[in-house]
Design a binder for this molecule. Structure first.
Ligand SMILES: Nc1ncnc2c1ncn2[C@@H]1O[C@H](COP(=O)(O)OP(=O)(O)O)[C@@H](O)[C@H]1O
Ligand SMILES: [Mg+2]
Length: 230
């Protein structure tokens, strides 16, 4: 992706139901309300994000494109990234070519994982896919795992330790299992809108701010450094 373009965040893991679409929708709404220009790209044949977007609430205020033919995807990502501060790409819960293409374009790959063995296993696999794409493209691509649907701290801590041991760089933020996330799916909304003072809204804020640090502040610091050393 060319310099000067907006950031590209891709949610991907081979595990279905891990929290990809939920994370994308909640982050999109958070940044939209914070004044950033946000675009959405749905590359999942199930078109879940596209349906949530059609419900007409806050999510529908953002540009959404869908690309189920992966050969048409990269030009669409480039077009969206040129016009928006951030483009969020929602992948299917399967290891397919669309996912590889999206990772190839990403600044950050977010790997949602629920707190069980199969999710942790798929997160580690996803991390290796990102490493392979980095080798192929010779681009820097950040990747972080995210614990989703956290119920019991003791299980979450165990899953987090496993994610760390498998080098998937878990974010500090985690999304707890709360029914408001499911309620939001019927509206194209998010806890940030439905219950701004709730613990779930705080989870999303924590997540968004941690990602902002990776996407904007760290790369800004690098730019300042390279200007100084030039
Ligand atoms: N933190 C959460 N608390 C409660 N339900 C959640 C949470 N995150 C996701 N869900 C629910 O779990 C299901 C799968 O989530 P989804 O984001 O669609 O996963 P994926 O896109 O990875 O397949 C959805 O029904 C969603 O509403
Ligand atoms: Mg999904």
């Amino acid at each position: 992706m060319a310099k000067g373009m907006g950031k590209i965040l891709v949610a991907a893991t081979g595990k279905g139901g891990a929290g990809k679409t939920t994370s994308i929708a909640c982050l999109a709404i958070y940044w939209h309300l914070a004044g950033k220009s946000v675009a959405l790209l749905d590359v999942d044949a199930n078109q879940t994000l596209t349906r949530w977007h059609a419900h007409g609430d806050v999510l529908s205020e953002m540009t959404l494109r869908s690309a189920t033919d992966e050969t048409l995807m990269i030009p669409i990502i480039s077009e969206l990234a040129a016009d928006h501060d951030i483009t969020l790409v929602d992948c299917a819960g399967a290891n397919n070519q669309a996912m590889i293409f999206a990772v190839g374009a990403a600044d950050l790959v977010l790997i949602p994982a629920m707190t069980d063995e199969a999710n942790v296993f798929e997160a580690a696999r996803m991390h290796r896919i990102v490493d392979n794409v980095i080798s192929l493209t010779k681009r820097a691509i950040a990747s972080r795992s995210l614990l989703c649907r956290v119920k019991r701290a003791v299980v979450a801590n165990h899953a987090r330790a496993q994610l760390e041991a498998l080098n998937t760089n878990p974010l500090d933020a985690q999304l707890h299992d709360r029914v408001i996330f499911q309620e939001a799916t019927f509206h194209g909304s998010s806890p940030t809108v439905l219950a701004p003072k709730s613990a779930s809204a705080r989870d999303i804020e924590h997540l968004a701010q941690e990602i902002e640090l990776i996407l904007w502040r760290e790369s800004a610091k690098l730019k300042v450094k390279s200007k100084r050393s030039a």
